[in-house]
Design a protein around this ligand. Sequence first.
Ligand code: ARG
Ligand code: ZN
Length: 424
Amino acid sequence: TEENESFTENFPTDGENKNVEEQYADYSGAQVFSVKLKSSEHKRMFQQLEDRELIDVWLHKRSKKRSRAEFMVLRENMQEVLSLFYEADIQPKIVIPNMQRLIEKEKKAETLTNSTLRSGHGMNWNEYHRYSTIHSFLLHYANAYPDICTLKTIGKTVENRDIQMLKISSGGNENKTAIFIDGGMHAREWITPAAVTYIIKELVDNRAKYRSFVDDVDFHIVPLVNVDGYEYSHTRDRLWRKNRADLWGPCNGVDLNRNFGYKWGTSGSSFIGCSQIYRGSAGFSEPESKAIRDYIMESTANFQAYLSFHSYGQLILYPYGYANNELPSDADDLKRLGNAAASAVRKLSKTRYTVGNSAEVLYRSSGASDDWAKGEAGIKYSYVIELSDTGKYGFMLPERLIKPTAADALEIVKVVADEVMGLY
Ligand code: ARG
Ligand code: ZN
């Protein structure tokens, strides 16, 4: 049973841990580059740089023969990395010349707006917010609209924070057609909890306008899966990706999107704790991925779609990602609906989304939640949606682009909801 938590509306304090500034990871001298990898030697060489953790891969997109990759290089690795590219006759292009300056610019904008007094739940889509504000926002909606919104804690993070799920339902039976949506699985992808909370707000505030599907489809929404990592990316390290698992050894964190227990550990993930794509000690070793699994498996809802929001790249990806040429038998349906969503977005805002199988468009990676949702939970329309942009700012998407990006995300949800209503 789901119950709204009782609460007194609390005013957010986005500045929790105000005095940690001096411990904030310093990216002075770090730069982000883009390269084209034209041959298999180039790709192998690039893979080695990733394996040796000399680079942090931000995006690696394949198309036909050549692939394009974006990655960050820290100051201490710069010489070695650049000379290896030079030897291989590859010319990296600079995308972000001064990582630290960009981080500081973002922080400054944040303190300016966050210091102005906000009323109510404090949420808006002009700026990125801390967990406490997202929490207040969810509580506010659950409290203000108890007839359609139910808030539930579906689990605890490694550091004992609540993982929250808001269900939007116009009522009816417990096994209604439903869509599961999540965001914030990767800490640094700040646009995703912003976009997913925007989706909540729009669906609820405009439920009359969206009646055609809000009446017939339930939405189970987790705007922020990786709460610990997200907070850490605000207080300590802007580019943190993983959760905050306390590992034995020098490095912390498990990549939650390599920790789902379907074809876990088969490819495109690492068994080394320091890796950005560390898969954990076993499938579902982490409380955050487990919370999602348990919730979906224990629910009586008839889930017909699973949408996991990530950034960046403007991609609508469908399974499977764990191996090459492993398509579900209904891949044509997933492709068709993906294309329909992409066209709707294009019509709305001119933003171009690429649709395709994730192993084909990106790279192989096993243990991702979309593969699990499709292969194990049997949810038909399972997608990873990589929101804006395509590389100009990457994870550092400026706050003025939150609203337009979130509107694109909502458009995708609308197309998917239209498709699945009435599916049994
Ligand atoms: N950028 C996402 C990640 O690295 C892509 C996941 C794609 N899905 C998949 N099953 N491999 O986690
Ligand atoms: Zn991601």
